[in-house]
Design a protein around this ligand. Structure first.
Ligand code: GDP
Ligand code: IMO
Ligand code: MG
Length: 504
């Protein structure tokens, strides 16, 4: 196979993969085992929890479970498109919390919860979550820090996101099936350098000059939006209620009143700061422990996901450097650990390819069994068997130190369970560790499955790996073998306690 081409005196010299590696190997007597450098210790100074599939893998549960061992819990990407569930019992009362923006350290009173510069924030939704947490009797606002650089999601962007989806549904372009939370519109405006940042309005309640400047920014943004998006008011995509919302959301006075109020509330606890300075000091000067909560999933990453059926942020481990302002070299110096979260089967919400997706009836059966309904939109999630090819691809992009395999309990009761271990493309090519770049390849793609015997027992009460039915153990071991990733924990229920720690 051809690996590299380089120019020499206008002549292209092709170097084959074989000769490239043999020439490299000549320089080393023994190949370096890079896996031996991996941290298997989950309790590192900086730990990242990342969804390895298309989101909803169970990140929230894990973050909540380990948050008490950390000082600061951070989000680096996305906004309230995320829906992270936390289930626990406090003072004898069962609590199920669906968090969208507030990090899942919410229920641990000693943690600081931080929204980094890479996040996009719909302030009213954030306040709703703060209220939800405070209604449980836990202080939230005083433990929240927001980057002054984070982009604001104005109400209008959420409306535009929805109207654009309506328009696409009519066949104008590919419908993505977004959460309609304005995420794509906000990141697009940021890249276009006309978006608004939290630091732009923070302080306007007691600074007349800043207030005037923000009003000018806001007015200019509204002018641009009216120019670009008024066509969406076409009754073909826009209901009367949406039209009413448009008028409300483009009203500058209303918006100014709201942002002035938000500024006042946030200033009570000095919530908006330079989080980049804060985090770097926390790590370097004070040796604090940082837990980073990924949103969405690796296969929804804008660059590496199944584009265009993706979200609009970087969902990869690489995203924490830009989304929080932590330099890669600092991560090299501290003990840094990346935990991949993978569901024991697979789900996806919205449009886009999923090679191992089940046919309709079995799909619904698995969705009902697993309670697969979105935390953010309530949509039924599409279900399928675990895709090892996609998981290996995800691993290559993130270099997981270990995995948590969630929802193994949901697979109880199947006669056989399947693993998608390869893709056979129409042109005869087979893929084992990377997904196709071109989505059209999915149309005729054949998945190569390995079928394993299932297990009947309810495993939700089991707490040790050796006590699992042997077929469940074999399923887990087989995933480890195929992916080369150590599975450190296994989820057997939604509660904090319903987890098996597997030491080897
Ligand atoms: P996230 O977006 O990755 O945080 O995941 P979601 O919260 O959107 O979806 C995961 C769902 O599975 C939630 O309802 C969790 O309470 C639930 N859950 C997490 N781990 C397990 C598990 O091991 N078993 C079962 N049965 N449910 C789980
Ligand atoms: P958590 O953090 C599942 C999907 C949407 C849609 C696509 C783009 O709970 O795992 P967007 O609103 O981001 O522009 O939608 O991405 N999506 C998610 N799917 N879980 C999520 O987050 C998701 N965040 C976005 O369904 O297909
Ligand atoms: Mg979710």
């Amino acid at each position: 196979m051809l690996l590299l081409s380089k120019f020499s005196k206008n002549k292209i010299i092709k170097i084959s993969q074989k000769s490239f590696f043999s020439s490299v190997n000549r320089q080393f007597s023994k190949p370096w085992d890079y896996t031996s450098k991996r941290s298997h210790y989950p309790n590192s100074q900086v730990t990242l929890v990342l969804g390895s599939q298309w989101g909803d893998e169970g990140k929230g549960k894990l973050v909540d479970q380990i948050a008490n061992e950390y000082d600061v819990i951070c989000r680096f990407n996305g906004g309230n498109n995320a829906g992270h569930s936390v289930v626990t019992t406090i003072n004898g009362k069962k609590i199920k919390l669906g968090l969208h923006l507030f990090p899942c350290g919410a229920l641990h009173e000693k943690t600081v919860n931080l929204l980094g510069n890479g996040t996009v924030i719909h302030i009213p939704s954030l306040f709703e979550e703060v209220k939800l947490i405070e209604d449980i009797g836990i202080d939230a606002l005083s433990r929240l820090l927001i980057s002054s650089h984070a982009q604001i999601v104005p109400d209008l962007f959420q409306l535009i996101d929805g109207l654009e989806e309506n328009e696409k549904s009519l066949g104008v372009a590919k419908k993505i099936g977004t959460t309609r939370k304005g995420i794509g519109v906000t990141y697009a405006m940021e890249k276009d350098r006309i978006g608004l940042r939290v630091g732009d309005f923070y302080g306007i309640h007691n600074d007349v000059i800043q207030k005037m400047q923000f009003e000018e920014q806001l007015s200019s943004l509204m002018r641009i939006c009216k120019g670009r998006f008024s066509y969406l008011l076409d009754p073909k995509f826009c209901s009367k209620e949406d039209r009413r919302k448009w008028d409300e959301y483009t009203d500058i006075k209303r918006a100014m009143d709201r942002y002035t109020k938000y500024s006042k509330i946030l200033s009570k606890h000095n919530t908006v700061i330079n989080t980049m300075d804060y985090l770097n000091d926390a790590i370097k000067k004070f040796g604090k422990k940082i837990l980073i909560e990924g949103a969405n999933g690796v296969l929804l990453d804008t660059e590496y996901g199944t584009y265009p059926y993706v979200t609009s942020s970087c969902t990869l481990s690489a995203g924490i450097c830009t989304g929080l302002g932590i330099p890669p070299r600092l991560l090299k110096k501290v003990d840094f650990n990346v935990i991949g979260v993978a569901k024991a089967y697979q789900t996806r919400v919205g449009e886009g390819p999923m090679a191992t997706e089940l046919p309709k009836e079995e799909n619904t059966e698995m969705a009902l069994k697993g309670g697969e309904f979105g935390v953010t939109t309530g949509r039924q999630r599409r279900c399928g068997w675990l895709d090892i090819v996609a998981l290996k691809y995800s691993h290559q992009l993130n270099e997981f130190d270990q995995l948590i395999l969630t929802k193994l309990d949901i697979l109880s009761g199947y006669d056989t369970v399947k693993l998608g271990v390869g893709y056979r493309l129409k042109n005869g090519q087979t893929l084992h560790k990377t997904i196709p770049i071109d989505n059209s390849n999915y149309d005729d793609l054949e998945v190569i499955y390995e079928t394993l015997p299932g297990w009947k027992e309810d495993i939700s009460g089991i707490r040790s790996f050796e006590d699992l039915p042997i077929n469940a153990q074999n399923y887990v071991r087989r995933i480890e073998k195929l992916t080369g990733i150590f599975i450190r924990w296994i989820g057997v229920g939604p509660d904090r306690e319903e987890t098996i720690e597997k030491l080897h």
